[in-house]
Write a protein that binds this ligand. Structure first.
Ligand SMILES: *Cc1c(COP(=O)(O)O)cnc(C)c1O
Length: 613
């Protein structure tokens, strides 16, 4: 569904009326004078934005001497007297407000408002303001809600009135930091206005008396305080607001909910993204404990305590490279089994890191042939020390026989390294009973975390004898492991802290769903429905069912144009993946991530609609 800005909620004094927000200032000064206390202009202005009684209390709290509740109420009474006497002289509508409101309405945007004035004060000014041509569709004062700013209740009242369910479709515009905080608490977009604001606190005459430089300096101070308060946008004048709304619409559209039907990055849960909101330090004890818990949990998905997990900054390839570079010695020859791009990538890695290797190449549409591997191992019994291959070849979606291959290699006493990037967490890979030495995977595949963090699950005895093997400083599994051990879970070099927190959450969600069993079941169901639905449209998969993974599938593109298909499906909320087969035109669909059988049906419906099958 299309998201767009549906309401702009303005503050009143200092934002849409009363240039500089001067109406209340004299009131507060008079109010405190009536209880024998002199306050400065600046002090009177500081809490601006709050409900006026709260504002009075906030001034009292700033005073060196204690003020009783009775005195506060007396000061407030005098404040009201002065304010009411003054109010009507401070109803001038600010520059560009009338035109901007008209343009907003022309875009179908509702005009709401919240205020620090009481309802009685508002009733005193509304007619004066509307006589000048400004009357919002809704207003509410904090005396009608349980609390005033910075509580979000007045904004919520506006949203209720307009029937808006997503607070990200509303924008709060104000002239104080309290306005910005109110907007943030309501989870709206926030805009701070500089000219004529309470934060600037200048009359028009004072503004024109300033030199250009002096004015810029004063404006910069206001800008800095809005920035610190967390404003999403800062504008000089109201005539800039339309561009802001256009930009927010663009962001809402760009970030529209989408299903990524790719093998990573994936569609992730809100909880996973939300977990990133806390900032941590690499060396902080609490953070290190989280890191350690992630290491333990990943290890236990496919292995036991004879194994450990070494986390690595970077994408999945970083883990594959670090694994090969560190776990193979210079005097060991590696046999790579290649039936796709990721297998080929391992050859490049071996080349770059100066490892001795050989390889067997297979047809991309066929799994690695165990018989052929056995022949090769027989031929080069002494020569080969390590065998490395990809479990699920994401290039096509083919699944290689990891158990048979491992058993065979182990019967020849070889070390076994597996790229289990796209299968880890969704396929049973019993590392200890198969005696797999190491596997590489990443956060953003079947664990459904975010990209930027990869890992190698590795036999401790092997890892502990791998010092000095790697030809790279940063891609050294042993040194990385040593650092985690010696520091109780500190990353060597800067940790992707927020991504790790997201992975922690992703693993919690994985457990909550029911672990490997439940995730596997969901993916299998997704895959089954996907295949059925597309088959009905005459779109055929390439890989034979017995070799096909339930992770990613290659389909024949036929007469369809990939780019056109991609663009149209994206506009309907689905992101697909190009094919990698050189022999014929194909495309790929992943069914992992936060996606469900009904998403597969919806995708098929979208394709049907596009091509009127
Ligand atoms: C995703 C993937 C990788 C890693 O690719 P990056 O782009 O580095 O994350 C490696 N091997 C396989 C089989 C994969 O699916």
């Amino acid at each position: 569904m299309d998201k767009r800005v549906k309401a702009v909620i303005f503050d009143w004094a200092g934002t849409t009326i009363d240039y500089g927000c001067f109406a209340p200032i004299k009131g507060f000064i008079d109010g405190f004078k009536s209880i024998g206390i002199d306050i400065s202009n600046e002090m009177a202005r500081k809490p601006m934005g709050l409900l006026k009684l709260d504002h009075t209390r906030a001034i009292a709290a700033m005073l060196p001497e204690p003020v009783t509740e009775q005195q506060i109420l007396r000061a407030y009474e005098t404040f009201e007297e002065t304010l009411f006497a003054n109010l009507e002289q401070h109803c001038d509508v600010k520059d560009y407000v009338i035109e901007t409101v008209a343009s907003l309405r022309a875009r179908g945007i509702r005009i709401g408002s919240t205020t620090g004035y009481t309802s009685e004060m508002m009733n005193g000014i509304l007619h004066k303001v509307s006589a000048q041509g400004y009357s919002p569709d809704y207003w509410i004062s904090a005396d009608k809600t349980a609390k005033g700013r910075p509580y979000p209740y007045m904004i919520w009242n506006n949203l209720m009135h307009f029937g808006i369910s997503d607070s990200r479709e509303a924008v709060k515009v104000g002239d104080t930091c309290t306005d910005i905080l109110e907007g943030k608490n309501a989870n709206c977009w926030t805009v701070g206005i500089i000219m004529g604001s309470s934060e600037l606190g200048l009359t028009r005459r004072e503004v024109s008396a300033l030199s250009k430089n002096e004015l810029e300096e004063r404006k910069a101070i206001v800008r800095a305080s809005y920035y610190k308060a967390g404003a999403d946008y800062i504008i000089d004048d109201m005539n800039e607001l339309l561009d802001v709304i256009t930009d927010i619409d663009r962001k809402l559209n760009q970030n529209a909910a989408r299903k990524l039907l790719t093998p990573g990055p994936l569609t992730t849960r809100y909880s996973v993204k939300h977990a990133m909101l806390t900032d941590h330090c690499t060396w902080d004890d609490e953070y290190k404990a989280i890191t350690t818990s992630v290491i333990k949990d990943i290890t236990h998905i496919s292995a036991n305590d004879d194994y450990t997990t070494v986390l690595l900054q970077g994408s999945g390839t970083y883990a594959v490279e670090t694994m090969i570079n560190t776990l193979c010695r210079k005097d060991e020859k590696i046999l790579f089994l290649v039936n796709g791009e990721y297998g080929k990538r391992m050859l490049t890695i071996a080349d770059k890191s100066g490892k001795d290797y050989t390889y067997l190449s297979f047809d991309m549409t066929q799994p690695v042939n165990v018989k052929a591997v056995e022949k090769e191992l027989q031929k080069h019994k002494q020569d080969i020390s390590v065998v490395a291959f990809v479990h699920c070849e994401t290039t096509t979606g083919i699944i290689n026989p990891v158990e048979e291959l491992t058993k065979l290699c182990k019967s020849y006493g070889k070390k076994v390294l597996v790229d289990a990037m796209s299968s880890f967490g969704a396929y049973d890979i019993d590392m200890p009973s198969l005696d797999i030495d190491a596997l590489a995977s990443s956060a953003n595949k079947c664990l459904e975390g975010l990209p930027g963090l990869a890992f190698v699950v590795v036999k401790k005895t092997l890892l502990e004898t791998s010092s000095g093997n790697s030809s790279s400083h940063s891609l050294d599994l042993f040194d990385q492991y040593k650092c985690f051990c010696e520091t109780n879970g500190k990353f060597r070099f800067t940790s992707p802290t927020n991504i790790l927190l997201a992975l922690r959450q992703a693993i919690d969600d994985y457990k909550m769903e029911g672990g490997l069993k439940a995730r596997k079941k969901r993916y299998m169901e997704n895959h089954k429905v996907l295949l059925q639905e597309l088959e009905e449209l005459g779109i055929k998969s390439i890989i034979a069912p017995e070799n096909q993974s339930y992770i990613i599938t290659t389909f024949e593109l036929g007469n369809l144009d990939f780019f056109a298909l991609y663009q149209s499906l994206k506009s309907k909320g689905f992101v697909i993946y190009p094919g990698k087969l050189t022999s014929r035109p194909t495309f790929r669909l992943g069914n992992i991530g936060d996606v469900y059988p009904e998403d597969m049906v919806a995708l098929a419906d979208a394709i049907k609609e596009l091509y009127r099958f």
